[in-house]
Design a protein around this ligand. Structure first.
Ligand code: FEO
Length: 163
């Protein structure tokens, strides 16, 4: 495999790990407010990110490459409100989307079709990721002070491992 592409895929694997760390910190903040439904939603997000790590890890190994784990930066641990948490999560997902698109461009330039095919799953996933966080942002804005109702609803989210 192309050395620069391996580095970029490895970097994305580490960024997915960082994403899970940020969301774990967000889950903890929400739990500290006793918003356990919100915290549950965010816990599921952590699992999804770890599943994304797994995909990059396994893809690189299936192409005969090793992976390298980086130090994970310390995530933010306080926000002004649950709305601020989810707005931050949305901004973070937009960064992930840009990174995935950049990876697609990089793979395309060197005609690495296997990587392009692998990344297509993430292209679709990022649409869902942004949509699901955006939906929570909108709902929080709609319900205002009735956060506890939404908290109950978010408590229903379950983890479905990606196929
Ligand atoms: Fe793995 Fe939420 O991006």
């Amino acid at each position: 495999m192309d050395k620069k592409l391996i580095e970029s895929l490895n970097s994305q694997m580490n960024f997915e790990l960082y994403s899970s760390y940020i969301y774990l910190s967000m889950a903890s903040y929400l739990k500290s407010l006793d918003l356990n439904g919100f915290a549950n939603w965010m816990d599921i997000q952590v699992k999804e990110e770890l599943a994304h790590v797994d995909k990059f890890y396994n893809f690189l190994h299936s192409r005969g490459e090793n992976v390298e784990f980086d130090a994970i930066p310390k995530p933010q641990h306080k926000w002004d409100s649950p709305l601020a948490v989810f707005e931050h999560a949305l901004e973070h997902e937009k960064i992930v989307t840009k990174r995935i698109n950049d990876l697609v461009d990089q793979s395309g330039k060197i005609s690495d079709h296997a990587t392009l095919n692998f990344l297509q799953w993430f292209v679709g996933e990022q649409v869902e990721e942004e949509e699901s966080v955006m939906s929570v942002v909108k709902q929080i804005k709609l319900v205002g002070d009735s956060l506890f109702l939404l908290d109950r609803e978010l408590g229903q989210r379950v983890f479905n491992p990606p196929v």
